[in-house]
Design a protein around this ligand. Structure first.
Ligand code: MN
Ligand code: MN
Length: 453
């Protein structure tokens, strides 16, 4: 027999395809998914607003058990075929985003301007918050105990707020000649709140006028700021980016793009083999601290509650140990202007699908959560089987910096967990960029995970 000609060995090398190529023909589904997501992040700019928007979405779904945690975190649970003792499927994402919080005594008057003092929350580049329209979202608990929800500065018909920046003519010494860290100081991130004096009083004329306005509008006094969660966020809607409308621009993609994907996946999943939870937590941006963050006992409380509802006798730690999870969070995409901070072979690219991040951390994987070869193997087979666009990612070059997610806190229970979400440009900026096809691929990947036998 004649010898067969040598086969082309091209199939042995890894060639990633663009998500747009893999999902060709699905443009309508991608656009529909993304336009609903854009309305969600336009409306929900704080964790509280996200929780209430999500509750509205699932209001008529009797098959979804919602366990809420102090109006700022929520778990959406659906019963699967297997008993709880065989473990859960969990997609965890976070609802908080970097922002400026008002201090407990925020209001003061300086040079006849009423100002509000802030303390930034999460990793921000301070200069990005200067000289741009800002809004105030949050809640004030009045002395009589009544919660007053406040949203100011979003509609074009109402005034917005801003933080002033120094004119370039005078910025040489205090800004331009310094490094960025020193040039922009947290204590100078003060909100310009008003400027009109009350002509009937002798001192603090502007501040007193503002207090009268606040009292008239909301029935609040200066002391009420103490019992408030008031957040300064970028004003205005999320919108499409690019002449081809292929990208999404908005505040808080990190991490509401994953929270939304988890919500849509748990709403549309069919024939769940395991009880499945979309666990949407708070406080990730400051280290998952506090009673609404991933370090809290919230996840155990959720397991207790569903076990009670299903009338199954379990121990939450045993159930969690036997569970599989996705930590839905964003990664940094290869930046066309700063390719030098990435390692091109391992950085995620915009438009190449959901990004699977094997390990996070910084400087020798310190503080990392790392998924095992076996677990990534299982995830990868599932994604390929369903033809979902996916890629791998790593947050920057070795020793360039890094970051972590909630994955390591859930990994402490012994469950398998891996980070998966879209890669962003301008991550943590007031206007972050995501690819539509990556947003949709993220949803498809969570859905596949929930339904996988
Ligand atoms: Mn995040
Ligand atoms: Mn973040």
């Amino acid at each position: 027999m004649a010898k067969k000609p040598a086969k082309d060995k091209d199939h042995l090398s890894l060639k990633r395809k663009s998500g747009w190529e893999i999902l060709k023909g699905k443009e309508k589904a991608i656009d529909d998914y993304c336009s609903e997501y854009l309305s969600f992040i336009t409306e929900a700019k704080t964790e509280r607003e996200a929780v209430s928007a999500i509750k509205q979405k699932i209001a008529d779904r009797t098959d979804i058990i919602a366990v809420e945690n102090r109006l700022r975190a929520i778990a959406l649970c659906r019963k699967g075929k297997a008993p709880l003792s065989e473990g859960l499927r969990i997609v965890v994402a976070h609802l908080d985003a970097p922002r400026l919080d008002l201090k407990a005594n925020p209001l003061y008057e300086d040079i006849e301007l009423a100002m509000l003092k802030t303390h930034y929350y999460g990793g921000i580049k301070k200069y990005q918050w200067l000289a741009r329209p800002l809004a105030i979202h949050g809640v004030v608990i009045r002395a009589d105990g009544k919660p007053i929800n406040i949203t100011m500065g979003e509609n074009e018909s109402e005034p917005c707020f801003t933080i002033e920046d120094l004119l370039p003519h005078l910025a040489d010494k205090v800004q331009a000649s310094k490094n960025v860290k020193d040039a922009f100081q947290g204590e100078k991130l003060n909100i310009i709140f008003g400027s009109k004096p009350d002509l009937n009083v002798k001192e603090e004329k502007v501040k007193k006028n503002i207090l009268a306005l606040l009292n008239k509008k909301y029935g609040i006094t200066e002391e009420d700021f103490v019992s408030a969660d008031l957040q300064i966020v970028p004003s205005g809607p999320a919108r499409e980016i690019g002449i081809d409308a292929s990208m999404l621009g908005g505040y808080g993609h990190d991490d509401r793009i994953c929270a939304w994907a988890a919500l849509k996946a748990i709403m549309s999943a069919k024939d769940l083999p395991y009880t499945t939870i979309a666990l949407l937590v708070d406080k990730e941006e400051i280290g998952s601290e506090g009673n609404t963050g991933a370090k809290s006992m919230f996840v155990e409380e959720v397991v207790w509650e569903i076990a009670e509802k299903f009338n199954q006798k379990i121990f939450p730690s045993k159930v969690l140990y036997r569970s599989k999870a996705i930590s839905g969070d964003v990664n940094g995409a290869l930046d066309p202007d700063y390719p030098e901070v990435h390692e091109k072979t391992n950085a995620a690219k915009l438009g190449y699908g959901v990004c699977v991040t094997k390990f996070t951390g910084a400087r020798g994987k310190s503080g990392a959560s790392e998924a095992s070869a076996e677990y990534i193997g299982w995830i990868r087979t599932m994604l390929n089987k369903k033809k979902i666009p996916w890629q791998t990612g790593e947050l920057g070059k070795v020793d360039e910096g890094g970051g972590g997610t909630v994955a390591k806190y859930l990994a402490e229970y012994g469950m398998d967990i891996v980070d998966m979400g879209p890669a962003l440009l301008s991550m943590h900026a007031p206007f972050e960029i995501a690819s539509k096809v990556d947003a949709y691929s993220t949803y498809l990947s969570y859905l596949a995970f929930m339904e996988e036998k």
